[in-house]
Structures are given as C-alpha cells and as structure tokens.
Design a protein around this ligand. Structure first.
Ligand code: HDE
Length: 725
C-alpha cells in the first residue's frame, strides 16, 4: 500500500538520512498489495479492455484502460540536454578534518560527521540509451543533504573544461552532439563538427589532451577521479575567504580500459559502468573516494602564471597539494531509477553558508543554466519537492502554488513583511546561519571581453602531455588519429594538426603521420580569427608552447597507479573434465586478493570436473567477452585442448585478453591450449603477465597470477609486441 504523507509543512518531520522513505515521498512497497487505479479503485481485470461483446469495439467508457494508456503516453520527460546518460547511488560524506578555519558550513566542522549524499555519474554527449563506454568526460555530481540545506558539487572526472566562457557552451554542445542533418554519430566526438569547432577554439587544447587520454574511457565509475573544476570559495565564521578546488580520489586507484576494448564493450555490454556500480554496491563493495581540497589564500590569487578564474587551468598538485578532508562512500542503490536518478536536479547554485562562488565566467553562466533546465525537464518550479531533491533541512518561505505543488501551506500570509503571522517566516541573521554572500570588492567597466590572463592555451596542455607515461602518450596519439581520421574535411584535420603543433611538435607529427598529412608551418589567419569583438585579445595568435613543460605525475594514470586487484573480475575458463584443484587454487588466490572469480565455460548450467563433480557456470562463452573481465585464467583438464582449442570464442577470449594487456594464467593442458593461440608469443617472449605452470603447479601459478593481475595491465606488452595498440 502506498504510504501517504499528511504534512502541511515540510519542516514537520526530522529526517536524518537521505533515504527515499525518509524524504516523505509516497513509497510503493511492492509486495502483496491489490492492484488499483490512480484513484485507489481496486481493479478486477487488468488484462482485458471493456468491449461491446468479446469481439466488439472497445468502449470509450473504459476509464481504466484510458487512465493506464494516458499515463503510459506521458511516461517520458525530456532527457537532459547534456549528461543524459547517467547512473546514481546514495551514500554519505564523512568529514575527517575540521574545516572551521576555512568555512562556516555546518557539515564541515566536526570530524566524524556524516552527511547523506546522492551521486549521479554521467557521460556528456550521448543520449539516455547510449553506451557507457563512449570516449567522453564523465559527470560526477554530488548532492550533500546538509542540515543547512542542500549543497551540490556538480563536477566532472576531468579538472578542466573545453571553454572559458558560458557564452560558448551551446556552440560546444551543438558541435559535439550528432550532426543535425542526419543525427550521426551517437555519443561520439569523432566527427567533423566537433573538430571544426575545437580547431577554431584553441582554449580547448588542455581539455582535448584529457579527453583524448585514457581518462575518457574509465574501467569503472568507481575508479575515476572527481573534480569541482572551477575555483570556488570557502568563507569562515570571521568572513575570511579562501579559494578552493575540490578533488575526489578513488580508493581503488585510477583505472581505464583500452579504446579497442571500449569499442567491444559497447557491443558486449553497453551498461558496463552502470552494471558495475550497481553490482559493487549490491555485493557490499562500496565505492569510496578520498575527498580533498586545494586551498589558496585570497592574497595569493595572482601568484600563479595562470588565472585561478580560468576553467581551462588546473593548479598543479606540486604547487598546491591536495589536503584530504574526508571520504565519500556510496552504499545504497536507488529504489527506482526514474524517481531518483532521472529526477534528481543538480544546480551549481545550491550552496550553503560558508561556500561561495568566484567570478569564473563559466561558473557564472552555469549559475543561470541549471534552474532553467530543471524548469523545462521537470515541468515547473516545484521540482525541489520531488523526494530526491528535498532538503533534509526545514523549508519555510512565501513561495506558493505552481504546477504539481505538493506542499499544503496553511494560513493566510504568503508575504513578508507581515504581522498577521507574527512576521514569520523571518530572515535568519548571519549568526543564526543565514546565508550571506561574500562581499567581494568590484570596481570595473561593464564590457564584453575576456581577460588577457586567459590567453595562454598551450602551457598546461603541454604539461599534461609530457606528464604521461610512454604508453599513455601513445594512446593520446592513437585517439587523435581515430577521432580526426573520422573527419571528412581535410581542412579541419589539417587545422587541428596545426593546433597540436602548438602544444608539441612530436605529438603533431605522430598524429599527422597516421592521418597521411604534413603538419602545416602556418595556417591562414590567426587561430582565433573569428572570435569575439574587434578588440578581443584572442584575435592575436595564441602563443605556441616552446619551454620545458612542468612535470606533474598525478596527471598520469600509470605513474600514479595503485597496485591491487580488489573487486577485479577474473574469468576462469573451463571445459568439462577440468582439474578441480586448478579452479580451487585460482579461485582462492583471486578471492583472498579481493577479486571475484567467475566460471566461464562453452555452455551454461554446470561443468563437470575430472572427478565428475558439478560446478555451476557463471557465464557461457556466447554471452560474454573477455573485455568484460580484468584478467583471465585457464584451468587444465582432459578436454581443455580439444574443446577450448576448437572453440573460436574461447580462442578469441584469451587472444583479446592478451591484446588488451591483461594478466593471463594457465595450468597444465591450459598452457597447451594457450600455445595454440596468439598468447604463445607472450609465453615465448617471457611476458611476465602470462603466468603458466605444469599440472599440479596451480598454487604457484595462482600466486604469480595475482601479483600480475594486481598491476592491472602489462602495458609493456603493447609497447613491445603490439605495434600501434
Ligand atoms: Fe553542466 N549542465 N553546464 N557542466 N553539468 C547540465 O543541467 C551547463 C559544465 C555537469 O547528473 C544541465 O540538470 C552550462 C561544467 C554535470 O544531473 C545544464 C555550462 C561542468 C551535469 C548544464 C556547463 C558541468 C551537468 C543539463 C557552461 C563540470 C549533470 C541537465 C557554462 C564542472 C548533472 C541539468 C546530473 C548538467 C549547463 C558546463 C557538469 C544544461 C551552461 C564546466 C555533472 O543545465
């Protein structure tokens, strides 16, 4: 039965966590109830419409049919213009360090304090049904339900953005979305309009390095970083302000997949990330991030050689280290995708006292966009009353009515000032926790312009490229060859290669070679020929980077890798007649290292060991591919060579794992099977991540295998044996 809330005032209940039940929505429990109409009338027949005779025309009188069909017809709401594809989860933020020196926000005072959160991850370009594995930025939006109201940190998994000014956002998104004449391609930036825009927008150079890197194809949403991107402000109880940048570092370390794998995963399991998040939470492997901030005193605003307000720049961690302040843990899946993940409404302007904005022109534009977008998507100004959006803090004001109003306000006053309600609700003084904006001093002319301090586009792009390991640089080159290779316009490709030459000549040459082009020495007109007003400083040629790039190891996934195989999914490939001791040793080693062993066999149901014992099969070969696993083992057995060797899918399974630099183990006849595949090259070449042993050596193999799988990938394999990835 539906639980009804009978409140006339949202402050009436004390809600401690963000559980949907506690948020006072009507929650359907879903067991043992009788089927009813939306008016609560019990339904006797939900299978047949009301007709004139059993073969006769359906009658307009059938109010039950009409109610059901009408509701169905209206099930969809407009998807998000950007970030349409998403998944989300509930959890909490636990503070470890008091930030009272920096912020008066109540949830940042007491170490150990837990604040409920809801997080939504997303891709940007694709529509709701697109694949999780698109090359794209990932949204990382967090709603903190604090006792002083909701604070939304609406960030991404990359710390910079393509553009500096909100004015260009619609252009950027129009360029990356499917082309309007034929709606192609879906969830992909590899097409002409995107690169046309980018090649004419050199301020995107730094971001382009990030989206062409492996950061854009994460292994899991649980294994990517989060960033607030803009410089924000924290303001303490004395009114002192500090600049901050928000960071989230995954407890499992940063991990990515290969582009070739991403393409395969998009077919084998387009819900790969969504499923991974869901399953991790269901199995108690709660995703966790260390939350940190970079703090810059206000007086240091101008001490950097970039502008803190420029969202295409980071503050390298070597200049300002990240101070850990707590952890974010996701421990509960949503009850209903639409009610929570689809209807959650984030807004960068949802801040609490002690958190404030800067004049970053992208941030300023976002302050307008998010409410506007909720009005169209959620249908009216009462979207804050949808359970997932309700603050746990009490809510009192004189706003009234509107589409789908839930709150029943009592009394006759809906204005301020008043005496008839004793002046209530009255403003809160700052001492009572009332929000006061930071009184930043501004003395300026009103102009449409961009600061000259925003004109260096290539120094940090070069820093990012040069901070990558050899294999990651190669992946960036390959990504650019793929993306630009898909552009039909040679002019676009050429101009883009020229832009790359402003970052690094080697990078530009490598990409150009792959495209069959030469890097032009110059192009017609300045790069920014068609931007801004006549006086826009960007009309000048932006300066090519020529110095020694700053080296920042945290920018590289490989250089900052955290070994370990917690929650890694490992396939153990078996055929009937397998050696039970092999499976047992492998499984035990994998599970004690925190991994998950899955039995994969040519058929579903169970497989029989040499002794005749039945082992349940987790996945049959036709339903999976090795791209869905982190590593692969092959058990020995009397039929291993005959059955797996003759099965193309089994051969492909191990060959792909090899191609994707994954750890592979085999025991006894499993090794013979591998020798009949391309993995043989690894065995012969002494590839350390192909761990083999003769019959009876399963324990030793398992130990070596876990060590290798804990490295995530053997990237040297790609460098040495697989030219061009
Ligand atoms: Fe967003 N962005 N954005 N954005 N954004 C939206 O709001 C917008 C930007 C980000 O899971 C929209 O509710 C403008 C940067 C995330 O629900 C929309 C500009 C960053 C999400 C919007 C930006 C983001 C959105 C669409 C340039 C990283 C998904 C649906 C001025 C810091 C939130 C919605 C979720 C969603 C506008 C730039 C992150 C249209 C105008 C930079 C994670 O309002």
């Amino acid at each position: 039965m539906a639980k009804r809330s009978s409140r006339g005032d949202s402050s009436s209940k004390s809600r401690k966590s963000a559980k949907i039940e506690d948020l006072e929505g009507d929650v359907e429990v879903g067991t043992g109830e009788r089927l009813t109409s939306n008016q609560g009338v019990p339904i006797n027949d939900d299978h047949n419409s009301l007709k004139a005779g059993d073969r006769g025309p359906t009658l307009l009188e059938d109010f039950l049919l009409r109610e059901k069909i009408t509701h169905f017809d209206h099930e969809r709401i407009p998807e998000r213009v950007v970030h349409a594809r998403g998944s989300g989860a509930h959890g909490y933020f636990e503070l470890s360090e008091s930030l009272s020196d920096y912020s008066r926000a109540a949830f940042l005072q007491e170490p150990g304090k837990r604040t409920p959160v809801f997080v939504r991850f997303s891709t940007v370009a694709g529509s709701r049904g697109s694949s999780d594995l698109a090359r794209d930025v990932r949204g990382f939006a967090i709603k903190f339900y604090t006792e002083e109201g909701n604070f939304d940190l609406v960030g991404n998994n990359m710390p910079v953005f393509f553009i500096q000014d909100a004015m260009k956002f619609p252009d950027l998104i129009h360029a990356v979305k499917p082309e309007p004449h034929n709606e192609i391609p879906q969830a992909a930036s590899a097409h002409d309009t995107f690169w046309d825009f980018i090649s004419l927008t050199p301020e995107s150079a730094h971001m382009i390095m990030w989206v062409m890197s492996d950061r854009a194809i994460p292994r899991s949403l649980r294994m990517m970083e989060g960033f607030g991107v803009h410089t924000f402000r924290l303001v303490n109880a004395d009114g002192k302000s500090h600049f901050v940048k928000w960071h989230l570092k995954p407890a499992l370390g940063l991990k990515s997949v290969l582009w070739d794998e991403a393409l395969r995963i998009s077919g084998a399991d387009p819900d790969f990330h969504r499923r991974d998040l869901w399953e991790a939470i269901e199995t108690g492997n709660f995703p966790e991030w260390e939350v940190g901030i970079q703090i810059v005193p206000e007086e240091d605003e101008r001490k950097f050689d970039f502008d803190l307000l420029d969202p295409t720049k980071i503050i390298p961690e070597e200049l300002v280290p990240v101070t850990p302040i707590g952890k974010l843990v996701l421990d509960r899946n949503p009850d209903n995708f639409f009610a929570e993940v689809e209807q959650v409404a984030f807004h960068i302007g949802h801040v609490v006292p002690g958190i404030d904005f800067t004049n970053d022109p992208l941030l300023q534009g976002r302050l307008f966009s998010y409410t506007d977008t909720q009005l169209i998507r959620l249908g009216g100004p009462n979207f804050h009353e949808i359970p997932i959006n309700r603050p746990i803090a009490p809510l009192h004001n004189n706003q009234r009515d509107g589409v789908m109003r839930q709150m029943i306000n009592r009394g006759r006053t809906a204005y301020d000032p008043n005496t008839l309600a004793d002046g209530a609700p009255r403003q809160a003084t700052a001492a009572e926790g009332g929000f006061t904006s930071y009184p930043e001093r501004i003395a300026a002319a009103k102009v449409r312009a961009r600061s000259p301090s925003f004109t260096d586009h290539f120094t940090q792009a070069a820093m990012f490229f040069h901070s990558q390991s050899e294999i990651e640089q190669r992946h960036i080159v390959n990504a650019l060859r793929f993306e630009l290779g898909k552009c039909e316009s040679e002019a676009v490709r050429t101009r883009m290669v020229y832009v790359l030459s402003q970052i690094d000549d080697g990078l530009a040459n490598d990409v150009a070679t792959g495209l069959g082009l030469k890097v032009p020495k110059k192009i017609d007109g300045p790069l920014n020929a068609n931007v801004g007003a006549d006086t826009d400083p960007r009309r000048l040629q932006p300066k090519k980077f020529t110095g020694t790039p700053h080296d920042s190891p945290p920018l590289s996934i490989v250089r900052s890798a955290k070994p370990g195989m917690e929650t890694a999914k490992v396939a153990i490939l078996v055929a009937d007649g397998f050696e039970a001791a092999d499976v047992q040793a492998l499984r035990q080693a994998i599970e004690s290292a925190g991994g998950m062993a899955k039995i994969v066999a040519p058929h579903g149901g169970t497989v029989a060991s040499a002794e005749g014992d039945a082992l349940p099969v987790d996945f049959s070969l036709p339903t999976v591919a090795s791209v869905l696993f982190d590593a692969v083992c092959v058990a020995g057995g009397e039929n291993t060579v005959a059955v797996l060797g003759a099965d193309n899918r089994a051969v492909e399974f191990v060959e792909e794992a090899f191609k994707h630099c994954k750890a592979i183990a085999a025991v006894g006849t499993g090794v013979e099977f591998l020798n009949g595949t391309r993995v043989q090259k690894g065995i012969e070449g002494g590839d350390p991540a192909v761990v083999t042993g003769s019959e009876g050596a399963a324990k030793k193999v398992a130990k070596g295998f876990v060590e290798q799988a804990s490295q995530h990938r053997n990237w040297d394999r790609e460098l040495q044996t697989l030219p061009n990835g």
